[in-house]
Design a protein around this ligand. Structure first.
Ligand SMILES: Cc1ncc(COP(=O)(O)O)c(C=O)c1O
Length: 325
């Protein structure tokens, strides 16, 4: 039975054109669809009602990582960064998007010679889709996680440093197992048995005045949200941000722990394997970081504004004084 929502957006972008959402289809036997031979990026856009502006958060960093994923998979570039930037701005403007939104860029191999599913091809496809994405209630409530019985894929098999659809088979196994067992999501250990990441997020723990996260060599995607969080923690809260291997038991002993990802944003981990983290409630450091994160993403510091600047910003409007003041 189909579970497709009827609330699909009207428009999407496919191979250079804005088209209807329903027309955004790729061939079932393309390499991208059949074997997950694609790379992708998920970017969030935040609506600021005071500025009447939609901000695409760290778009250029996401496009840089898309290029890195393409390079690792030896995928030719059909659209350069300027074209993709123009495409997403056109899609969001044409859709008149004025709410928090999650945008996905996908580039994949299309058909190899004689439909060879593994053959190198310069024939690629690219699509961009955007869905309304309000903040998850887990941002407030936190999540209960389980260490997965599945290990994270590794750089010598299917590199987790890149975002390719095929990597998410590993994520799906762990996510479904965790949910079947009554948890919200999973945490992966890597091939060495130290902490890696969650199915679609990075992980960090608070140990005293330090925030610790596994390094890029621990079997993780090097997260953009994690990078923002680390900068806010050190610059604004005076905490030390460190990348080093993390043992499973350090999770149980952490004062606080969190998931960091574009889609998840910063979510408190309140339980691991049924063991409370700290008090078993979202901790004070995480709450401060969430506030700083929200300010950062909604006020445009590292963002690309979607709509052309209006003559006067709300903040810049001159004060109109009442007579007699
Ligand atoms: C496997 C995986 N790890 C980590 C992340 C977090 O990365 P980012 O913060 O750059 O979105 C994501 C999400 O993009 C992911 O899919």
């Amino acid at each position: 039975m189909s579970t497709v929502s009827n609330d699909a957006p009207e428009l999407a972008w496919l191979n250079g054109k804005i088209i209807s959402w329903d027309a955004c289809v790729i061939h079932a036997r393309s390499q991208a669809a059949f074997w997950g031979a694609n790379v992708f990026e998920g970017v969030r856009a935040y609506w600021n009602p005071d500025h009447e502006q939609l901000y695409l958060y760290r778009l250029d960093d996401h496009l840089r990582r898309l290029r890195a994923s393409m390079k690792c998979l030896n995928m030719p570039v059909t659209y350069d960064d300027a074209e993709l930037r123009g495409a997403v701005l056109a899609l969001l403007r044409e859709s008149n998007t004025r709410q928090d939104t999650h945008i996905v860029f996908v580039t994949g191999f299309n058909f190899g010679t004689n439909f060879d599913s593994l053959g190198y091809t310069e024939d690629t496809l690219t699509h961009i889709t955007a869905l309304p994405m309000p903040r998850s209630p887990r941002y407030e409530s936190g999540v209960s996680v389980a260490v997965s019985s599945w290990r994270r894929i590794s750089d010598e098999t299917s590199p987790p440093r890149i975002k390719t659809g095929a990597n998410y088979h590993n994520s799906r196994l762990a996510q479904h197992e965790a949910v079947r067992n009554g948890h919200d999501t999973a945490l992966f250990l890597n091939q060495r048995g130290t902490l890696a990441e969650a199915p679609g997020c990075c992980v960090a723990v608070v140990l005293g005045n330090e925030i610790v996260t596994p390094p890029g060599t621990s079997g993780v995607l090097e997260g953009i949200t994690l990078d923002t969080m680390g900068r806010l923690a050190s610059e604004r809260l005076g905490l030390t941000f460190q990348r080093r291997e993390i043992d499973r038991t350090e999770l149980y002993l952490a004062d606080e722990a969190m998931l960091c990802g574009t889609l998840a944003e910063l979510q408190p981990i309140i339980r691991v394997d049924g063991v409370d983290i700290g008090t078993g409630k979202p901790g004070p450091i995480l709450r401060e970081l969430q506030q700083l994160y929200d300010q950062e993403v909604r006020t445009g510091g590292q963002s690309t504004p979607v709509y052309p600047a209006t003559e006067t910003h709300v903040e810049d409007k001159p004060l109109t004084l009442e007579a007699g003041q």
